[in-house]
Structures are given as structure tokens and as C-alpha cells.
Design a protein. Structure first.
Length: 101
């Protein structure tokens, strides 16, 4: 019997085991987080990919719109503006799909 609180030593052993299990789980969680931590180069590649997924449709739309405007007589930017807007929509959708994964 434990003199300090009047209980037996069996409860203390169970508490010790629970504490050890809890500490071990936290240690495993920390090791897993360390292994899965993103590096600076990985984050840079991820952001670069996001940028390209957004910018390429916008630039492609601008070139396509400019070409369509050149095919028409007179000076107009109707197709250029429309295709840039379409490129923004497509780029935003690309980024959304990529981030969702």
C-alpha cells in the first residue's frame, strides 16, 4: 500500500504504462511529421506549378485573341479581351483542380 495516498502500487504501474504509450504515440506522430515536412525546394516547385497552371491559359488566350483580331478588318481588341477572360477562368479552374488533389 502506498503511504502517500493510501492506494496500492498497481494503479501507479497502469498509469505509468498509459503515460509511456501516450509519449510513444506523440513521438511517432512527431517523427512522421518530420518525414512528411515539405522542403523549401518542394514548396517552390508546388508554387511554380500553380503559377504555370494559371498563367499559361491566360497567355494562350491573349495570343489566340490577338490572332483572331488580326483576321478581322480594322483595329479591335474584342477577341483579345474575351480570350484573356476565358484564359483566367480556365486557369482558375486548373488551379482549383490541382489544389483539390
Amino acid at each position: 500500500m502506498n503511504r502517500a495516498n493510501g492506494t496500492g502500487g498497481e494503479g501507479r504501474g497502469a498509469e505509468q504504462r498509459l503515460l509511456e504509450e501516450r509519449v510513444e504515440r506523440q513521438a511517432q506522430r512527431m517523427r512522421r511529421a518530420e518525414d512528411e515536412r515539405r522542403t523549401l525546394i518542394g514548396q517552390t516547385i508546388y508554387l511554380g506549378t500553380l503559377g504555370m497552371l494559371f498563367v499559361l491559359p491566360v497567355v494562350g488566350g491573349a495570343y489566340l485573341g490577338r490572332w483572331l483580331d488580326d483576321q478581322l478588318q480594322g483595329y479591335a481588341v474584342h477577341w483579345t479581351i474575351s480570350m484573356i477572360f476565358l484564359g483566367i477562368v480556365v486557369g482558375a479552374f486548373n488551379v482549383y483542380l490541382f489544389v483539390r488533389e
